[in-house]
Write a protein of this length. Structure first.
Length: 508
């Protein structure tokens, strides 16, 4: 005794639901297309089923040729019965394919397959846009009927959502792979740029620095890096980090001189939410650098209170957020830098002696550029090549006279000032050779010694210092052609600090 129509309908709906559940759990597009084709063939009692997806950019339809095949079939989106379903958005049910003028014979001619009847329904996404068509071929018994149309339409609506989800997941995976590759490339570039061997050096003093970096890089001891402003203290810190076992962990740099005293603790150690009205929780630099390296630049400018708290972290390896009640363990290597004489600061009571010895496990002293003049030609050519590469200019070179003047200059701003001067010269040179006439101000001009004032005309120490400061700022602004950011870096000031002094001395 045959089953009732209602029972058949219930079975059909249950089968559709089961197929939809399988589709929703599959995130690989190729596997999803195979799954849908296989399950819909069984559901509709037909010989074959295929999904054709619309490539809007190329106005093409594409589909796998058969189950398990990696061959992709592509043709114009207006071609065939499937193309008609997509163009009109209507269901197309053809009982005799070869007599229908819309039928696309090329596929059968190529494969040797003979199509008798065809059922094609458009596939729409959740926005109602047609993204392709679902096609069933050769009903095993008779033509496709109305129930087949309903079943294939129901499957098509769910398949469209599953397909878009699978495509989105595929795009995300590809983007993730691309980002991972880009991050890897960037990390390798950073490691190359800041590796110890990437430090430009020709003379014995800087080669000694490089050899010391190579010896201490895999240790976790603290390092104190000293030297005048612009000698490359942060470059050395990065070389230590990016050649060490911590290179894949964060490198966090903090300019202590730029920190207002009221923010030192929260910046270093973090702050809990609700300490004051409107305050949100914030992670401090010690936690940000966990597993990696914390570079404390201009540490000589920290207050004694902040110094004491840093000493506690170095001793106990834990931090406590402002407003917090629990300690947080941290694994951080400390690299500190300063252009101050910390021994003199200790004698004045401005720097803690116990912190000094905690930081100075290893001491790297960077010489000023005027003491390593043999480095200047190598550095100048390196900066010139970098400028040409970054700006897309043809290779440039210095004339011998310009190089001689560059080598003889005092370079009060050290390597940073040299880099800025090379960039200025390169930017102002239209040709391929930087000649003497590009030296708008003579870089070889020595520092002029001021004539000693007669005893009756001698000024106070404060006024002498102010006059010297005013002169240095004016010279820096001339050298950088008014670029306040570059001038501030050359002088070892913050940009706001330089602006304040420009106003004070009426240099604007």
């Amino acid at each position: 005794m045959g089953s009732s129509p209602q029972a058949e309908l219930d079975n059909k709906l249950a089968a559709i639901l089961a197929i939809c559940q399988k589709m929703n759990s599959e995130r690989d597009l190729a596997a999803l297309l195979d799954l849908v084709a296989r399950e819909s063939t069984s559901l509709l009692g037909c010989d074959r089923a295929s999904i054709f997806l619309l490539d809007r950019e190329k106005q093409q339809l594409w589909s796998k040729v058969a189950l398990g095949s990696e061959e992709i079939l592509r043709f114009d989106s207006s071609t065939g019965i499937v193309g008609h379903a997509i163009q009109t958005g209507e269901i197309v049910n053809v009982s005799d394919a070869y007599r229908d003028p819309r039928f696309y014979h090329a596929i059968d001619d190529r494969s040797g397959y003979r199509t008798r009847n065809v059922l094609a329904v458009p596939m729409r996404n959740h926005r109602g846009e047609i993204i392709g068509a679902f096609e069933a071929l050769n009903k095993l018994s008779g033509p496709f009927g109305e129930r087949d149309e309903d079943s294939l339409t129901a499957l098509a609506s769910h398949a469209a959502i599953a397909i878009e989800t699978a495509q989105l997941v595929g795009d995300l995976r590809r983007n993730q792979d691309e980002l991972a590759e880009q991050n890897g490339n960037l990390l390798r570039e950073v490691e190359r740029r800041y590796s110890a061997h990437g430090i430009i050096c020709a003379g014995s003093k800087m080669q000694q620095v490089v050899r010391l970096i190579e010896r201490i890089r895999d240790s976790s001891v603290s390092v104190l890096i000293t030297g005048e402003s612009g000698t490359g203290k942060e470059l050395v810190a990065k070389a230590i980090h990016y050649t060490s076992q911590r290179s894949r962990k964060p490198f966090i740099a903090l300019n202590c001189a730029a920190l207002p005293e009221s923010l030192v603790e929260s910046e270093l150690f973090g702050i809990e939410r609700g300490v004051a009205t409107g305050v949100e929780a914030r992670v401090g630099h010690f936690q940000k650098a966990d597993g990696g390296t914390l570079f404390l630049d201009e540490i000589g400018d920290l207050t004694l209170t902040a110094q004491a708290k840093i000493l506690r972290v170095l001793q106990e390896r834990v931090v406590e957020r402002v407003g917090g009640r629990t300690t947080i363990p941290v694994d951080v290597r400390i690299l500190a830098a300063t252009n101050k004489d910390l021994a003199a600061e200790i004698a004045k009571g401005a720097f803690r002696e116990d912190l000094f010895y905690r930081l100075k496990v290893i001491h790297i002293q960077l010489p000023p550029l005027r003491e390593v003049r043999e480095e200047i030609p190598l550095l100048a050519n390196h900066f010139l090549n970098c400028y040409c590469r970054e700006t897309g200019r043809s290779p440039m070179r210095f004339s011998p006279e310009v190089m001689r003047r560059l080598t003889n200059r005092e370079w009060r701003g050290n390597v940073r000032e040299l880099q800025n001067e090379v960039m200025r010269l390169a930017a102002c040179t239209p040709g391929g050779v930087i000649a003497e006439d590009e030296l708008w101000q003579d870089p070889a001009e020595p520092l002029r010694k001021q004539p000693e004032a007669p005893p009756g005309q001698r000024t106070t120490l404060k006024k002498a210092i102010e006059e010297l400061e005013r002169s240095m700022i004016a010279d820096a602004l001339r050298t950088t052609r008014g670029n306040q950011w570059q001038a501030a870096r050359m002088l070892g000031l913050s940009r706001q600090g330089l602006i304040n002094k420009i106003k004070r001395y009426a240099l604007g």
